[in-house]
Design a protein around this ligand. Structure first.
Ligand SMILES: *Cc1c(COP(=O)(O)O)cnc(C)c1O
Length: 397
């Protein structure tokens, strides 16, 4: 692939559509079949023994899965045939697959103190239950990463920019340390997406995605993906067919459709979010805006070095504490109050309201959830409309 991301997005699925049984359809057909017939006994034996066959049984593979995987490998910037991908029924399906597929009792993992909630639960509860020890470090502190390595460290987990604070992890530095200690490095690339950040180019071994977010981009599907060197993908596939987080052919088709406009959408998310973040931090009702694209972000230099764009998600600290943040969120007309992010519609979440029932104040502080913090996922609406709406909501805060 020597094409630009725009061309890869627009045409990639069609160019990957090298199925000899394909007709002249521009759009690949949805192969809605749970199982596939063999030509004869010899063919059946071959289908049953070949790993990752795309026409055997849909939990094992499906032509649509294969096409989504190839498109993701190309978008993550590895075109030399060294890498492959697996698609899963959700982002958590992908993360669980990597952790359960590669770790065993006695192993040690280093992860961030801050992670997407589902991942965090793996490190605090699930993995320890299976005899895997986990050390959690401040993602911004390279010495803390270095100190955490042990002889049994098998895997290092990163997520950058992180949910919901938009703090960053230095991917090149962490990947190099992991390699030096013989551990595999993983990056959850959901918030950036491959248009803005390609972790493999920084030495990361395995990329995971919640494709529910930017990759799908329309808040209509749930999906996940793992992109890794072929030998690891082969190994992970054996676990995947046991875990069974199989992506439905319909959602795979929707994801393929969503990815055609990924580069175009992300360009708009990046531009609108930067405009709004810069404007918001000038407003008297705003205490602070955390967005990697702002010069005021404590890791802006790192953001410029490892990201090509800064995404659509920001964290806004509203003056006046929990009550003011709550009034602000309720006054917004355009961004809907809903979890998730990365779609064409703007969405907003008052994180402290979301977690108040499940976390105490100390836990929320560790996760960077301030009482007055508002996570905004900027969509692709007219930026002037969003700014006017934010302005009236700030006035109501
Ligand atoms: C949403 C999300 C996930 C989980 O993805 P699902 O598709 O909801 O399972 C994992 N990591 C990050 C950073 C996310 O935003």
């Amino acid at each position: 692939m020597n094409h630009s991301p725009e061309t890869q997005c627009a045409q990639g699925a069609r160019r990957l559509h090298a199925d000899p049984q394909a007709d002249s359809a521009i759009v690949p057909p949805i192969v809605y079949s749970a199982t596939f017939g063999a030509a004869d006994a010899q063919d059946f034996a071959q289908m049953a023994s070949q790993p990752r066959h795309s026409r055997y049984y849909t939990r094992y593979g499906n032509p649509l899965h294969e096409q989504v995987a190839a498109q993701l490998v190309a978008l993550e910037g590895v075109a030399d045939g060294s890498h492959d991908a697996l698609v899963t029924a959700s982002g958590m399906g992908a993360i669980s697959l990597v952790l359960l597929g590669l770790l065993k009792a006695g192993d040690h993992v280093i992860a961030q103190g801050n992670h997407y909630m589902g991942s965090a639960k793996h490190f605090s509860e699930l993995l320890p239950r299976f005899g895997v020890r986990c050390s959690l470090v401040d993602q911004t502190d390279l010495r803390a990463w270095e100190r955490a390595f042990e002889p049994e460290t098998r895997l290092v987990m990163t997520e950058t920019p992180v949910n919901p604070t938009c703090a960053l992890t230095d991917l090149g530095a962490v990947a190099a340390r992991a390699r030096a200690h013989g551990a595999l490095s993983v990056c959850d690339n959901t918030f950036a997406c491959p248009i803005n950040q390609q972790p493999l180019a920084h030495g990361i071994d395995i990329v995971v995605h919640s494709a529910t977010k930017y990759l799908g981009g329309h808040h209509d599907l749930t999906a996940g993906a793992v992109i890794a060197p072929k030998d690891l993908i082969d190994e992970l596939w054996k676990t995947q067919i046991c875990l069974g987080a199989t992506l439905s052919p319909m959602d795979a088709w929707l994801l393929l459709r969503g990815m055609r406009t990924l580069a175009l959408r992300v360009r708009q998310h990046n531009a609108s979010a930067l405009t709004l973040a810069s404007w918001l931090e000038q407003q008297p009702q705003v205490e602070r805006v955390f967005y990697p694209g702002l010069v005021s972000h404590p890791q802006h230099t790192l953001a410029k070095a490892q990201m090509k764009g800064f995404g659509g998600v920001m964290n806004i600290a509203i003056k006046g504490g929990y009550a003011a943040a709550s009034r602000f969120v309720h006054a917004l007309q355009l961004p809907r109050q809903a979890v998730s992010l990365g779609g064409v519609e703007s969405l907003v979440v008052h994180a402290a309201a979301m977690w108040r029932g499940t976390m105490n104040d100390a836990q929320m502080q560790v996760c960077g959830i301030a009482p007055n913090g508002v996570r905004l996922s900027v969509g692709i609406e007219g930026v002037q409309d969003l700014q006017a709406d934010l302005a009236q909501a700030l006035a109501a805060a």
